[in-house]
Design a protein around this ligand. Structure first.
Ligand code: PLP
Length: 412
């Protein structure tokens, strides 16, 4: 009998039978509040009726039409619609299937567009598991161990992780930008740098928002030295952080935006967006893939955009995020092992710290597993798996937030 690869280790023993809104029902009929959303994917909730209807209709019309041979209407319509929500000027789009593939595409494009090789990433970064994306990933040594040699030319600089650095946000920002300048002075010339890849909220690395001044500092350096600023919005995009894009509050405009996860409510779809002057440097045939921009996934993405707008999900993420955060801070107040509660919108983390100040992964994972036993699905991330993160579907309501908070209080 065949079995799953040990690489598919589960955080919980739940076998999902069906999903509905913010809930997962398992095969034994137990109902769970899903505060993982398939790792930030099912933002419109599980099986939103509009997404289901759009996908069903598309399945019966055209499932696949590969874009080098035939274009199809859902892809063209999605391109138009994304133009309405993307930063101004980032009006050339390219589609693949997953976050990692989109990161690969962005890395290739940055090298093609600048003729330079190096990429800067930040400590704790997560950009995916394909070889190029894994080479840009520094969170979790397990991802890179034993698969080298990795793609060369990746330089790692500190992220302004204020809590772990023991600094204020301003001090951490100054420190991280100073270290970056030091890298440029000693390790890599900025003139050899194709791009800086940044997550507007460090995701797998611990749910640490990038301060606005940090993103502004990166923008200033990218302009000064002529390299590209790539915002990896795979986890932060599509309303997750309470604004449509995670980088929005900083006021900067990235050169390339990468999006996936929340884009198509669970169908595999990802995209990169860049201005024409950059995207035109990717010559035909140098990027692509058989399934990229699949018609059913594009139809689901169009329905996702409608639902986000009609149901005010970006605003709901901001509102429910505030409510959840306030509740989590209250819980943390009586649990000294939770050293920090942080995040943006509905992308919130609870960092567990041992009395000696080191990251406490064991306690975080015990709390996450206890929460699952009480009917609340959660995930961990962070330097030692010591951050319990909460990323519910963006349709979550106040009552569901309060239920999750009382389950969390019982679990910790
Ligand atoms: N980039 C970021 C910021 C992510 O959070 C992830 C996945 O969690 C990826 C890239 C990789 O996406 P995927 O797992 O779809 O390949």
């Amino acid at each position: 009998m065949a079995e799953l690869s040990p690489a598919l280790k589960q955080a919980t023993p739940v076998v999902a039978a069906r999903g509905e809104g913010v809930h997962i029902h398992d095969e034994d009929g137990r109902r769970y509040l899903d505060f993982t959303a398939g790792i930030g994917v099912t933002s419109t909730g599980h099986c939103h009726p509009k997404v289901v209807a759009a996908a069903q209709e598309q399945v019966a019309t055209l499932i696949h039409g590969q874009y080098t041979t035939v274009m199809h209407r859902p892809l063209l319509r999605l391109t138009e619609r994304l133009g309405e929500v993307l930063p101004e000027g980032l009006d050339r789009l390219f589609y693949v299937n997953s976050g990692s593939e989109a990161v690969e595409a962005a890395l290739r494009l940055a090298r093609q567009a600048t003729g330079r090789q190096n990429a800067i990433v930040f400590l704790g970064s997560f950009h995916g598991r394909t070889m190029g994306a894994a080479s840009l990933t520094t969170s979790g040594t397990k991802i890179r161990a034993g698969i080298g040699p990795l793609v060369p030319g990746v330089v790692v600089s500190p992220f302004p992780y204020a809590y772990r650095l023991g600094m204020s946000e301003e001090e951490a920002t100054e420190f991280a930008l100073r270290e970056l300048d030091l890298q440029f002075a000693t390790v890599t010339s900025p003139l050899d740098t194709a791009a800086v890849f940044v997550e507007p909220v460090l995701g797998e690395g611990g749910y640490v928002p990038a301060p606005d001044a940090f993103l502004q500092g990166l923008r200033e350096r990218a302009d000064r030295h002529g390299f590209l600023l790539v915002a990896d919005e795979v986890q932060t995009g599509f309303g997750r952080t309470g604004t449509f894009w995670g980088h929005e509050p900083s006021g900067i405009r990235p050169d390339i935006v990468i999006t996936a996860k929340g884009l198509a409510s669970g169908f595999p779809l990802s995209a990169i967006a860049a201005p024409a002057a950059i995207m035109e440097k990717a010559w035909p045939g140098s990027q692509g893939g058989t399934y990229g921009g699949n018609a059913v996934a594009c139809a689901a993405a169009l329905a996702t955009l409608d639902v986000i707008k009609e149901e005010g999900l970006v605003e709901n993420a901001a509102r429910m995020g505030d409510r959840l955060r306030r509740g989590l801070e209250k819980v943390a107040g009586s649990h000294p092992e939770i050293g920090d509660v942080r995040g943006r919108g509905l992308m919130l983390g609870n960092e567990f710290t041992a009395p000696d100040g080191t990251p406490d992964g064991a306690t975080a994972q015990r709390a996450q597993q206890a929460a699952a036993r009480h009917g609340l699905l959660l995930l961990t991330c962070g330097p030692a798996g010591n951050v319990v993160r909460m990323i519910p579907p963006l349709i979550v309501d106040g009552e569901q937030v309060d239920t999750a908070l009382s389950l969390w209080e019982t679990a910790v």
